[in-house]
Design a protein around this ligand. Structure first.
Ligand code: UDX
Length: 432
C-alpha cells in the first residue's frame, strides 16, 4: 500500500487515481477546480468513461479515494505525486506548460517528506527536468525527491480498460531506483515495463501518437489515390494489415483524426523539431492530409448538389469518435464551418455530444434523431461512426429527404446497396 496524490482530475488523472486506489493504495485526487472536486465528492464524474463511476464509488466508499483542492492537505503525506494536468496547444503549436508549472510550484511549497513526482501529462521533451528544477528552487523543506516520466497511452472511451491492460509501461528517470519504485505501483498489471531516461520517455509518447496519426493520414492519402484509380481502400487496408510488419489497426480511411491528443501532440512535436532546426516535413504532411480530408468531404457534397448556397445539410455525428461526448478538434466542427461559410443550412444529431457542440457552434438546428435530421435535407454527411448510424432504416431516411444524397465520411455503408436504394452515395476511397 502506498500513499499517492494525483494532481489534475481530467481523463488521465481521474482514471489513474481510481485504478491505483482499486489496487489497494490510499489515493487523494487534487484539482484546483473546486466545483469539480465538490461534484467528485458526491460521486458525480466530470467525464463519461465506461466502468469509471463504479470504481470511483467503490474506492471512495472503502475510504481509499478522496478529493481535495488543497495542496496543503494532499501533498505532505504523499510518497508518490502524479502530475496529470492539461497541456493545451499554445499559439504556435507548442505545448502550454502553465498548468504543469503551477502544479510543480504547489508540490514544492508543500513537500514535507521524500517523494517521487511522476509526470503523466504529455509534456515537451525536457519538461521533466523543468519540473525538477522548479521543485529544487521552490521547496520549503530540503527533502529528497526524484522526477519520473510515465507517459499515458489510454484512449477516451476505453480509458479504464486501457489503464488495466496496457501494452507497456514506460518510465523515464535520472534516478533508476525511483523508476523501479514506480514500477512496483504497476506490478498488478503484469505487462512489460521499460525503464529509460527522462527525455527518451517523453519522446516515446510524442513519437507513438505521431506514428499513429501518420498511419491514418497515410491510408487517407491512399484512399484519395484509390478513388481516382478505381480501387477499394478498405480492401487495400485489409490486404496491407495482414502483413505482420504493418498490422491492421489504425488503417481506417475517413474524415481523419481529431480529439484531445493527436492534433496537439503532432503539432507540438513539429514545433519542437522546427525550433531545434530540424525539417519535420513528414509531420507537416500528416497534418495537411488530415486537414484536406475535411475539405474533400465538403467538396463531395458541393459537387453532388451543384453548390451549397441555401442547401439544407444534415450532419450525423459530432463527437471526434464514437462512444465519447468529446468534440475537441472534431472533424464535424470544420465540416460544419466550411459548409456554413458557403451558405448551407445545418441540422445535426449526435447521441451524446450535442450539449458540448452547442457551446461552440452557431446556427445549427440540433435534432432528436437521424430521421429528424433527414427530414427536408438536401444531403446527409456521416461524420462519426456511431453504432446507431450503422443500421438506419434507409428507405425511411430516403423518403424523408428532399434529395437522396449521402456522403459517408466513415465508410459505414456499401456503395452497391446504397445505389440500389436510389441514393446518390459517395464515401472515402471506394468506387461509388
Ligand atoms: C489517442 C491514442 O490512441 C492514445 O494512446 C493517447 O494516449 C491519446 O490519443 P484518443 O484520442 O482517445 O487516443 O483516440 P483514438 O481512439 O486513438 O482515435 C484517434 C483519432 O483517430 C480519432 O479521431 C479516430 O476517429 C481516428 N482514427 C482512428 C481514424 O480516423 N482511423 C483509424 O483507423 C483509427
Amino acid at each position: 500500500m502506498a500513499t499517492i496524490c494525483v494532481i489534475g482530475m481530467g481523463y488521465v488523472g481521474l482514471v489513474t487515481a481510481a485504478c491505483l486506489a482499486d489496487f489497494g493504495n490510499e489515493v487523494i485526487g487534487l484539482d484546483i477546480d473546486t466545483e469539480k472536486i465538490a461534484h467528485l465528492r458526491q460521486g458525480v464524474l466530470p467525464i463519461y468513461e465506461p466502468g469509471l463511476e463504479e470504481i470511483v464509488e467503490r474506492t471512495s466508499r472503502a475510504g481509499r479515494l478522496s478529493f481535495t483542492s488543497d495542496y496543503a492537505e494532499a501533498i505532505p503525506p504523499a510518497e508518490f505525486i502524479f502530475i496529470a494536468v492539461d497541456t493545451p496547444s499554445g499559439a504556435n503549436g507548442q505545448a502550454d506548460l502553465s498548468s504543469v508549472q503551477r502544479a510543480a510550484r504547489g508540490i514544492a511549497e508543500h513537500l514535507r517528506r521524500p517523494a517521487i513526482i511522476i509526470n503523466k501529462s504529455t509534456v515537451p521533451i525536457g519538461a521533466g527536468d523543468m519540473v525538477a528544477q522548479i521543485i529544487a528552487e521552490h521547496r520549503r523543506c530540503p527533502v529528497a525527491f526524484a522526477v519520473v516520466s510515465n507517459p499515458e497511452f489510454l484512449r477516451e472511451g476505453s480509458a479504464v480498460y486501457d489503464f488495466l491492460n496496457p501494452d507497456r509501461i514506460v518510465l523515464g528517470a535520472t534516478d533508476r531506483q525511483a523508476a523501479e519504485r514506480v514500477a512496483q505501483l504497476y506490478a498488478p498489471l503484469k505487462c512489460p515495463i521499460m525503464i529509460t531516461d527522462l527525455r527518451t520517455a517523453e519522446m516515446i509518447k510524442y513519437a507513438s501518437n505521431s506514428f499513429l496519426a501518420t498511419k491514418i493520414s497515410f491510408i487517407n492519402e491512399i484512399a484519395q489515390i484509390c478513388e481516382k484509380l478505381g480501387a477499394d481502400v478498405r480492401e487495400v487496408a485489409r490486404g496491407m494489415g495482414l502483413d505482420r510488419r504493418i498490422g491492421p489497426a489504425f488503417l481506417e480511411a475517413g474524415l481523419g483524426w481529431g480529439g484531445s491528443c493527436f492534433p496537439k501532440d503532432v503539432r507540438a512535436l513539429e514545433y519542437m523539431a522546427t525550433v531545434q532546426g530540424c525539417h519535420p516535413q513528414l509531420l507537416r504532411a500528416v497534418m495537411e492530409i488530415n486537414r484536406d480530408q475535411r475539405i474533400r468531404v465538403v467538396q463531395k457534397v458541393r459537387d453532388l448538389l451543384g453548390g451549397l448556397q441555401g442547401r439544407v445539410i444534415g450532419i450525423l455525428g459530432l463527437a471526434f469518435k464514437p462512444n465519447t461526448d468529446d468534440i475537441r478538434e472534431a472533424p464535424s466542427l470544420d465540416v460544419i464551418n466550411l459548409l456554413q461559410s458557403e451558405g448551407a443550412i445545418i441540422k445535426a444529431y449526435d447521441p451524446v455530444a450535442m450539449g458540448n457542440a452547442a457551446k461552440v457552434l452557431r446556427d445549427v438546428q440540433f435534432c432528436s434523431d437521424p430521421y429528424e435530421v433527414a427530414r427536408g435535407a438536401d444531403a446527409l454527411v456521416i461524420v462519426t461512426e456511431w453504432n446507431e448510424f450503422k443500421q438506419l432504416a434507409l428507405e425511411r431516411l430516403r423518403d424523408l429527404m428532399r434529395r437522396p444524397v449521402i456522403v459517408d465520411g466513415r465508410n459505414i455503408y456499401e456503395p452497391a446497396q446504397m445505389r440500389a436504394l436510389g441514393f446518390l452515395y459517395q464515401c472515402i476511397g471506394r468506387p461509388c
